[in-house]
Design a protein around this ligand. Sequence first.
Ligand code: ADP
Length: 396
Amino acid sequence: MQNLTGSILVVDDNAVIRQIMKMALEQNGHHVTLAEDGREALELMHAHFFDLVLLDIVMPHMSGFDVLEHMAQIPDLANIPVIVVSSDNQIESAIRCIQLGAEDYLVKPPNQTLLRTRVNTSLRKKKLHDQELAHQAEMERLYEAIKEANAAKTEFIAMAAHELRNPIAQIATTNHLLGKVGALNKPQEGLLEKVNFSLERMQALIVDLDDISRLEAGNIRLQFAELDLAELIDKIAESFSEDVTVHQHVLAIDVPENLPPIWADYQRMIQVFTNLIGNAIKYTPDGGNINIKATYLPEHRTVHVSVTDTGLGIHPDERKQIFSKFFRSENAKVRARPGTGLGLYITKSLVEMQNGRIWFESEFGEGTQFHLMLPEASAELDPQTAEAPIEAVSLG
Ligand code: ADP
């Protein structure tokens, strides 16, 4: 075992013992400081840094026990290892020293080999402990730095979303007025339509950025209520009717009328389904099928909803990242469609905030099925089951 060298304080009222230990330790390359009693030892410890203390017990003015007690109360000193070196070979003294924080116990005059080994072991332990503390401090520093950077980024996103909102609203109003102040010819109408389409995308992006900053700052308030899913899904499907027609998709809805209400936030559920159905329409080539199906699972007191499409599908390599912030597939067909990669991140966060679960299955090139589990309203209102989490269950 390689010898470690360190700065060692030897505390003993006997000058001969002090010198014997000094010589033995210096022979092994240690830097040695001597103290005649407990008081002098503590003064030295407050003024200098030591890797190890070799401490006598019975000394005038202040005993070794008192030194140990004092060291235990001062954080900077509590971490210095102490080996008690005493002529008192009573087992009670050894036990008391260990209880007071000493690391080891040697009987005087210490055997040279034993002294060298114990000192070496203590220094090694101290070095490992110091490295661990330094590592921990570094991790804490990094964690704080990341936290700060993340907070600055969230603040920036919130500020950008806020500052963009007004000019974009003004452009939208001006565009609207443009059509009113005089008749536009066909090419002008076409150009205005393009501007309006881009504006809508920017407005959607601002809403997403605003949600991201709120989610990250823990600043989203939900208004829970009983929701009729059948009605909500019909409404959202209706809002997509034009896109469905344009893309010649077939949109089928299979939601039983007697579905129990769920316990969720109405506006946020609209957002969740708008995103899932919007994606199904967007990522399905023209003429595809989109199915929305809901089933009540009484044993879990939840409602299972699936949104299935016959679209592009998700490549196995990309499945892990689907719910990550800003993730968009590398697939050129996906990239050809507008998007920010924020929708599913927000959707998942919102579903989980409403005690639900979301996951998906997909066959690349064939289609995707998103699943949602949402708590039945009476299960959430029933105090016996209110705390029970809903797990993603096998649907057979
Ligand atoms: P966006 O649609 O704005 O890109 P989302 O967060 O809603 O962002 O979706 C992230 C990515 O997940 C999409 O870019 C796409 O690659 C993939 N994706 C989502 N829904 C589907 C789907 N129904 N079919 C195929 N890929 C999908």
